[in-house]
Design a protein around this ligand. Sequence first.
Ligand code: S3P
Length: 380
Amino acid sequence: MTQDRSVVIRPARNFAGALQLPGDKSISHRYAMLGGIAHGTSRLDNFSSGADCASTLQCLRTLGVEWEREQNRVVIHGCGASLTAPAEALDCGNSGSTMRMLSGILAGQPFISKLVGDESLSRRPMARVIAPLESMGARITAGEGGRPPLSISGGKLKAIHYDMPIASAQVKSAMLFAGLFAEGETRVTEPLRTRDHTELALRAFGAEIHKDGLTSAIRGGQSLRAIEATIPGDLSSAAFFLCAAALFPGSQLVVSSLLMNPTRALLLDVLAAAGLGVSVTQLEEHHGELVGSLQVEGRKLKGLSLAGGDAAALIDEIPALAAIAPYTSDGTEIRDARELRVKESDRIAAVAANLRKMGATVEEFDDGLRIPGGQQLHGS
Ligand code: S3P
């Protein structure tokens, strides 16, 4: 039987409902990795249901970490700082986060590991983690142009101060993870503020980490202890529902237990500035992460414009914002988002091509898109 992978979507006239989302992908990756190298058993509820975090768990198993999963609850039996040399390649699937962040941990392990990925991951740039990890003492070989597969020969690391040339939370995380295994204090300075889940997760697992502006510092040789946590709902997944709600004046949507980390929540400010009614209740802090209940109400949608640090902070939500841009009154311009071209797919080209198929006028730049407002789309 051939599998029918098509889905038919008919136009909606309104949008209303309440939902709760699976756990945030970024946090699930980090808690799983840190749980694997912590002492004790970590219990993680509402773990991401996505394939990427399953790839992280699978890699951990190949590295000797035992875990059980029952639906969205994952129980991880930490190995302490010593993982086991893998008997086979670590398959990161489609997950750049798995490959880049795990590289930081593997750089500090006294064995050789090979990391492979699917066709899309095999095209993604890894030099951004290879260069700084090599400066700390790891030996890493990669495919052509610094792309996967990677072979990491880890061992004794020395701390460095790394001035990151690109804003990437994955690179920052790889460096801080490697810093846990290095002699001395590893410092990482980022050009722009990126998501800080790694810093918060390291603290939650008992590590001391210092932040001073855009610099984070971690001392090597600290040991981690297991945690129990419920992972907040994924804000990047919520983006699709929030953008849909923003399209319909009068729409009502409630999203409970949603991640509200300020380094991730810019979407709410941007949608509110464009006209969406946004209110947050029941704000709480869990392991340093803010979690809250979000209520939104659709109103007339103005335009929006994004550039600089804001584009970097919203990198995963830009495709959803671009998809609703034709329906704004004043249009949308997005610049400084060149990184979107080296995600799982070239998301600038993909959004432009699909909007054009639906009849929209779209101008494509090397680093973004300009989409006029007041356009009507048709099915395609
Ligand atoms: C992520 C960081 C971002 C983001 C990705 C998840 C993370 O990537 O696009 O989906 O969890 O740290 P970069 O570090 O490449 O910017």
